[in-house]
Design a protein around this ligand. Structure first.
Ligand code: C5P
Length: 228
């Protein structure tokens, strides 16, 4: 494997969870640790890419040489990703973005007694779907304009390949990486992962190992789609 497989390539990644404020002391979120996204950032950088990592709150340090942009909410992540997407060769969305946000967050802490037992929610922007629509399969871009390879992740608890395949098509991504959540093989927070890479209509390819090993294998598999 060439140590400079991604030399000259610009990589944009999202990673980690997002937090959706209810009030000054409470939020909605999920158990994403950010490890897979950070491992992909570190691996891309070590293969020679220029890497920007738009990260929700995690306990991790930015990998060496990677530009990290910190965000908290899905709306912030959406803004930071879209602002950079037309300048990169790959946009890989690994973040576990909260699908919903409270409609009326308070910037003060709400006293318990005043809180309603029901929360009104609204949909967050789907960053991957928007990238797919703008740059993905079937999108049209002006002559000479940069068009990143759009890659998504799919965390599924059952019918993993079928659901991931449908998700790739629905979101217009060029490729999707499916992983299993729930049960003993869950990847949420784990050190290792088994993933299935679906590129276009090609047969799925499966990679297993520590998250850094899987990250390197994924870049190796995707690199030939990036040679231009
Ligand atoms: O629809 P679902 O959340 O399962 O899709 C997962 C993929 O979509 C991941 O790549 C995730 O980063 C991306 N996503 C996103 N914005 C959202 C929801 C998901 O970019 N609001």
């Amino acid at each position: 494997l060439s140590p400079q497989l991604l030399k000259g390539k610009r990589v944009l990644l999202s990673a980690g969870p997002t937090r959706e404020a209810i009030d000054a002391a409470r939020f909605l979120s999920n158990p994403s640790s950010g490890k897979m996204g950070y491992a992909l950032a570190a691996a891309a950088r070590s293969l020679g890419a220029e890497v920007t990592l738009v990260s929700g709150p995690t306990a991790l340090e930015a990998p060496y040489g990677v530009t990290r942009v910190d965000v908290v909410s899905a709306v912030q992540m959406h803004g930071e990703v879209m602002a950079r997407a037309s300048e990169v060769d790959v946009a890989m969305m690994v973040a576990a973005v909260a699908d919903w946000r409270p409609s009326h967050p308070s910037d003060k802490k709400m006293p318990k007694g005043q809180m309603s037992p029901t929360l009104e929610l609204e949909r967050n922007p789907d960053i991957l779907a928007e990238l797919g629509e703008r740059f993905g399969e079937g999108s049209e871009t002006e002559e000479g304009a940069r068009r990143p390879l759009v890659v998504g992740f799919a965390a599924e608890s059952h019918d993993v390949i079928e659901r991931a395949r449908a998700k790739r098509a629905r979101k217009g991504a060029h490729a999707i990486v499916a992983n299993v959540i729930g049960g003993p093989a869950s990847t949420f927070g784990a050190e290792s992962a088994t993933v299935h890479l679906l590129v276009g209509d090609e047969e799925p390819r499966t990679f297993s190992g520590t998250k850094p090993e899987v990250a390197r294998a994924l870049w190796e598999a995707l690199a030939r789609r990036l040679q231009s």
